[in-house]
Design a binder for this molecule. Structure first.
Ligand code: GUN
Length: 295
């Protein structure tokens, strides 16, 4: 029997988007500033195109001027860097996002570092990562997916996580590391687990807050989860769904949802959990960047 409360990520994201729309309209009215978001995509990875289309559409819905730069796979490092520099210098652009992954011949790290930190609404530059690591959340930007996951954590547990143990599975720059820092800044006791971690189930069972971001379909089982824990599933994995017909697929997270929902206190679903929050937090970061730019 399911005992966990399921978080409605779409509803929480919609409430963030409402605030963004109001703030964007106010900036337009008070300062005559239209918020600008530039999204760069290189190549033709279908999943990346789907994400970018959603980001551009939502930016328009929020009243932003959204410009999408779609570049061919064979784009050179120099051409991409030139585009980033042009957008850095453009005062009508407040946020720049380079969709990852980039084609392998490109140096992603160099491109990300070329984005002016104030416009790095993905929070991936060393300046923004460093600000998060040192607890400066006032002048930096935090990577959108962990920022979104943290909105859930705050709504469930409040601002102060003193005394709570959190386990983050995954150590990527895009999610695991910033998520660990956010939880630490909120006074949680945090462990970051990864592919070299031993006794992962034992470590997960200690978590009051368990965050899974490994990219392995339904890896986290009920036996890994402490009774009543908050489980946040960041995975998006496409798996075969023969029950729906030949060749059909469905999305699942990194958590075996049905069985974990029998043990956890609160759980996020996939889809409809953390996913919608990523886009909402991108919009929020872009509004913040625009407000900072007018001082
Ligand atoms: N690819 C997958 N997630 C993300 C994200 O949050 N930002 C960027 N830039 N690329 C991604």
């Amino acid at each position: 029997m399911r005992r966990a409360t399921i978080i409605d990520g779409k509803a929480v994201a919609a409430s963030v988007i409402d605030v963004v729309k109001t703030a964007a309209a106010a900036l337009e009215q008070q300062d005559g500033v239209t918020i600008g978001l530039a999204v760069i995509i290189v190549g033709d990875d279908p999943a990346s195109h789907t994400y970018v289309t959603s980001k551009s559409r939502m930016a328009k819905e929020c009243g932003f001027k959204s410009v999408q730069h779609t570049l061919p796979t064979h784009t050179s490092q120099g051409d991409l860097a030139t585009l980033v520099n042009t957008l850095n210098a453009d005062s009508t652009v407040h946020g720049i996002l380079v969709q990852l992954p980039l084609p392998t011949h490109l140096d992603s790290e160099a491109i990300i570092q070329a984005i002016q930190p104030e416009k790095d609404v993905d929070g991936l530059s060393v300046v923004n990562a460093g600000k998060l690591a040192t607890g400066d959340l006032k002048t930096g930007h935090v990577s959108c997916t962990p920022a979104g996951a943290m909105v859930f954590v705050r709504r469930i547990h409040g601002e102060d996580l003193s005394g709570l143990t959190a386990v983050v599975i995954g150590r990527s720059n895009l999610f695991g590391k910033p998520m660990t820092q956010l939880l630490l800044n909120a006074n949680a006791t945090v462990m970051t687990a990864h592919s070299r971690t031993k006794n992962l189930p034992d470590i997960c069972r200690q978590a009051d807050i368990l965050v899974a971001a490994v990219g392995r379909a339904e890896m986290v089982k009920a036996s890994w989860v402490k009774e009543g824990a908050t489980v946040i599933d960041v995975g998006i994995n496409r798996v075969a769904a023969p029950e729906s017909g030949v060749g059909k697929t469905r999305l699942v997270g990194d958590v075996a949802f049905s069985e974990v929902a029998e043990v956890a206190g609160i759980i996020t679903p996939v889809p409809g959990g953390v996913g919608p929050m990523t886009i909402a937090m991108l919009m929020a970061n872009t509004v913040i960047a625009a407000y900072r730019s007018v001082g």
